[in-house]
Design a protein. Structure first.
Length: 251
């Protein structure tokens, strides 16, 4: 039987949450030109739009660099979220502090529904849900003890040294990319910073291109699945005593 997961944490370590879709456009006009205005007009509530640095590069240069293919070119600040828009990607992230899954999921669904309505996206290559947690601590030995990690290299067992770790774990049609790093300083989008143990879990649905209309048919259920798997993976990364330090609430 799978262990029970907390409904929420009294000491919330979450510093970022991002949902991203990478797509293929069928429009001759770049999606990054069409989507910002369309989204801005469709979204209700407080909003503002800005152009990002990558937009200053000519499209020919961006297309020639694989690292720039999914770079965001503009950003919409919308209520509790940021929407980043590129030539072949769109992502929605939460402003700090995290508003909770019951607020984040409807926002994701709203943005993807609008993406379908604009009529320029042919298919989706992949989509993912990423959570970044920072557990406060300035003691390296304590940080090593916080995670379910048993590492020995060159005959030396990790006990109180700085570490940085990345692994990709397949799970059915998903891939969980886990990154951990000790003594990390994170700048928050409210202008403050935090230091501690970084635990970053990116749950990716990697598939052959699927028509965006087909994606929407079971989108709500799939969102719940990847959210639950991401959450389960995070709690499997940390020890039971670390979970208790975060003051878990199960009801």
């Amino acid at each position: 039987m799978a262990k029970a997961l907390p409904k929420r944490l009294g000491k919330e370590p979450l510093v970022d949450a991002i949902f991203e879709v990478r797509f293929i456009s069928m429009s001759a006009t770049p999606a990054a030109v069409i989507l910002p205005g369309f989204l801005f007009n469709k979204l209700e509530g407080e909003k503002a739009i800005e152009t990002l640095a990558a937009a200053q590069l000519p499209k020919l240069i961006r297309d020639a660099d694989p690292n720039m293919r999914f770079a965001p070119l503009s950003r919409i600040s919308w209520n509790q979220f940021f929407i980043n828009i590129g030539d072949a990607s769109i992502s929605i992230s939460c402003k700090y502090p995290y508003p909770g899954w019951n607020t984040f999921k409807p926002a994701i669904t709203k943005v993807i529904t609008i993406l379908t309505e604009v009529g320029i996206v042919e298919s989706v290559e992949r989509y993912s849900l990423k959570y970044v947690d920072l557990i406060p601590s300035t003691n390296l030995q304590q940080q090593v003890a916080m995670v379910n990690l048993d590492a020995t290299i060159a005959g030396h067992k990790l006990e109180k040294e700085y570490f940085q770790f990345r692994i990709e774990i397949p799970r059915g049609d998903l891939i969980n990319i886990i990154q951990m790093a000790a003594s990390t300083i994170v700048m928050l989008n409210d202008g403050t910073s935090k230091e501690g143990l970084l635990v970053d879990v990116d749950t990716i649905v990697n598939q052959k291109s699927v028509l965006i209309q087909t994606l929407l048919e079971s989108f709500s259920d799939k969102l719940e699945e990847i959210h639950e798997i991401n959450k389960e993976t995070f709690f499997n990364c940390i020890t039971a005593s670390t979970t208790e330090l975060l003051e878990p609430i199960y009801e």
